[in-house]
Design a protein around this ligand. Structure first.
Ligand SMILES: [Zn+2]
Length: 359
């Protein structure tokens, strides 16, 4: 903490030298100690137990980032650092009033659970604040995972680096099965970040990437490997395939998305599409089904992440569009589809790979 109480007076750690005073936490009121050294930033720390107002053991990185972000915030709006909210037992890093908006900036350096992020975000929302999470260098170094994206509520991840004093955003997260998540990166200032955050809430900014034939072949091989290595999730679906006289190794190409997908499924797209077509096979040719009920069934088949539902709809609709484009389904009137044929399964992955060469 940068601030503490002496009696009823709020004081800043770097304005004080007499550490024999009785300093108290602005949140819980417990005793805190003044700390300063040549390498550290003057701050206060609890003497005894952990404080409910403190969300992480404060590191040098966090103190420095908080101070820097406070300086940047002051330039564009009305800013306060370390604001205690007794009613929700939280202490915000920075409170910023900017163009009628009540914002809270949280500089997150240490690990945090998804429950904590949600709890804090919702608590601030009840008081009319919108929280913007800025992630520290440890987060920037690590791989982007589905877990991280859902935790900080994509479509954007914001990072702040105290060395460069720059804000970086990552956006346009793209998933291709068996590949790491791809994204775009841009450096921007705080003012621009606040604009971008507002836009991305209302509009889906997302662009896909084409999956090359080479990558498709690699996927075919990867599936074979997973089956040989007896991967449990894949073996379970292999059992379902066997029951319908198919081999998962020879899964139709329609189950491989030809373009990257947004982050929405908490499983492989190939496995999800596989289960969808196994389901369709239970229908006889020329069966009629509404698009709405097909969407519902396809959603029920998948395991989804807690993301913007527009991404989920996109993944589902994209597959339905491909099924129509490839004439497995025919649109007979608005919102009504007819099953026209079933995708061809291959005997095994080699036959399947060769089929791609011929095309
Ligand atoms: Zn405290």
């Amino acid at each position: 903490m940068l601030y503490a109480l002496v009696g009823k007076k709020l004081i800043r750690a770097d304005e004080y030298v007499d550490n024999k005073q009785a300093f108290r936490c602005t949140g819980c009121g417990d005793a805190v100690r003044l700390r300063h050294g040549s390498v550290n930033i003057a701050h206060f720390a609890h003497i005894n137990k952990q404080c409910v107002f403190e969300n992480e053991a404060e590191s040098y990185e966090h103190l420095l980032g908080k101070l820097q972000l406070y300086q940047i915030s002051k330039i564009i709006g009305q800013a306060q650092v370390e604001v205690t909210f007794p009613s929700i037992k939280q202490r915000a890093d920075i409170v910023l009033k900017y163009k009628q908006q009540k914002l809270i900036l949280e500089y997150q350096c240490s690990p945090i659970s998804i429950e904590q992020v949600k709890k804090r975000t919702q608590a601030y929302q009840t008081l009319g604040y919108k929280v913007i999470w800025l992630l520290g260098p440890k987060y920037a170094q690590n791989k982007i995972t589905k877990k991280l994206l859902t935790k900080f509520n994509m479509p954007l991840l914001n990072f702040y680096n105290t060395k460069t004093q720059k804000i970086t955003i990552r956006y346009n997260f793209n998933v291709i099965d068996f590949q790491s998540i791809k994204s775009a990166t841009r450096e921007l200032d705080l003012q621009r970040l606040l604009e971008v955050v507002n836009v991305s809430k209302n509009k889906l900014i997302w662009q896909d990437i084409v999956v090359s034939d080479d990558l498709l072949k690699q996927q075919g091989f990867k599936i074979q490997q997973l089956l040989v290595r007896k991967n449990l999730e894949w073996l379970k679906i292999q059992q379902e395939c066997y029951q319908q006289n198919h081999n998962l190794g020879g899964i139709p190409w329609i189950c491989h998305p030809k373009r990257s997908m947004p982050v929405a499924l908490n499983m492989s797209h190939i496995l999800w599409r596989c289960q969808c077509i196994l389901f369709l096979e239970k229908y006889t040719i020329e069966s009629i089904i509404t698009t709405a009920s097909l969407q519902q069934i396809f959603i029920a088949i998948g395991r989804w992440l807690d993301v913007d539902s527009r991404f989920i709809k996109y993944v589902v609709n994209q597959f339905i569009i491909e099924l129509v484009t490839n004439k497995f389904l025919i649109s007979i009137s608005k919102g009504v589809l007819m099953l026209n044929s079933h995708p061809t399964w291959y005997q095994n992955w080699q036959v399947k790979t060769n089929s791609l060469k011929l095309n």
